[in-house]
Ligand binder design. Structure first.
Ligand code: NAI
Length: 248
């Protein structure tokens, strides 16, 4: 078991990549605190975790709201006495070309994808510092590195996540703490987020990927697992692409 008795918080845990990561982490012996805004999907996650459900605690939390985040993170610490791993996975899209991109859609994406990562990390980091160790994994995207038409807001957040990752890798280790911070940059992964793309456009993108297919949520979850676990003990400040060779 690669995460035996590790206490892990996963945001956006109720769907797609976060859900796959939650189920995988449970199988690897972790105690998982699953944060999400979607109460019904959290209930389904609990049901689907079978005989591992006693190691899963669900929290209805909006990562864009600092007070909510702080209270839930405090509760995780009270319940388990430590926080070993934070997976900042929650994310949304509100796509439009810039002339049609409205202020509310800019704000919504910034608040979840960028401020949400800041809120979560600000709330969790003191517990890791106290313990002198921890692993934080942030979810970026190939779009944060290469840009994408119609994703001004999303690309800004995913590039910002890389900036925060590298900053925190330096900042959090400066007092001698073994707190590692890395990012994962997925390409196209088959989740509800990607289902919205029209079929013709999907075919166009698939042709451009070296492996000629989209990824599965589990294929990203396994990289989260590697970065969360002690197997990656000498890796920090890195951005790992999980994109089937979409950008080489
Ligand atoms: P998804 O849409 O399947 O799941 C996202 C989850 O986040 C949902 O359960 C949703 O309820 C939750 N969420 C949304 N707003 C929230 C908030 N304010 N507070 C807490 N939870 C909230 O998405 P998917 O595809 O699994 O994406 C996971 C991460 O991977 C995101 O950060 C996304 O940007 C990133 N990503 C996904 C790619 C893809 O192709 N699916 C590609 C590159 C990055």
């Amino acid at each position: 078991m690669r995460l035996k008795d590790k206490v892990c918080i996963i945001t956006g845990a109720a769907s797609g990549i976060g859900r796959a990561a939650t189920l995988l982490f449970l199988q690897e012996g972790a105690k998982v605190a699953a944060f999400d805004v979607n109460e019904d999907s959290l209930k389904k996650l609990k049901e689907d975790s079978g005989n591992l459900k006693e190691n899963l605690t669900t929290y209805i939390v909006d990562v864009s709201k600092f007070e909510e985040v702080k209270e839930a993170v405090g509760d995780v610490f009270k319940k388990f006495g430590k926080i070993d791993v934070l997976i900042n996975n929650a994310g949304i899209t509100r796509d439009a070309l810039i002339e049609k991109l409205e202020e509310k859609d800019w704000d919504a994406v910034i608040n979840v994808n960028l401020k949400g990562v800041f809120n979560m990390t600000k709330a969790v980091y003191p517990y890791m510092l106290e313990a002198g160790r921890g692993s934080i994994v942030n979810t970026s995207s190939v779009v944060g590195i290469y840009g994408n038409i119609g994703q001004t807001n999303y690309a800004a957040t995913k590039a910002g996540v890389i900036g925060m990752t590298k900053t925190w890798a330096k900042e959090f280790s400066r007092k001698g703490a073994a707190i590692r911070v890395n990012a994962v940059a997925p390409g196209f992964i088959e989740t509800p987020m990607v289902e919205k793309i029209p079929d013709k456009l999907k075919e166009f993108f698939q042709k451009k990927i070296a492996l000629k297919r989209f990824g599965k949520p589990e294929e990203v979850a396994r990289v989260y697992l590697f970065l969360a676990s002690d197997e990656s003990s000498y890796i920090t400040g890195q951005v790992i692409g999980v994109d089937g060779g979409a950008v080489i």
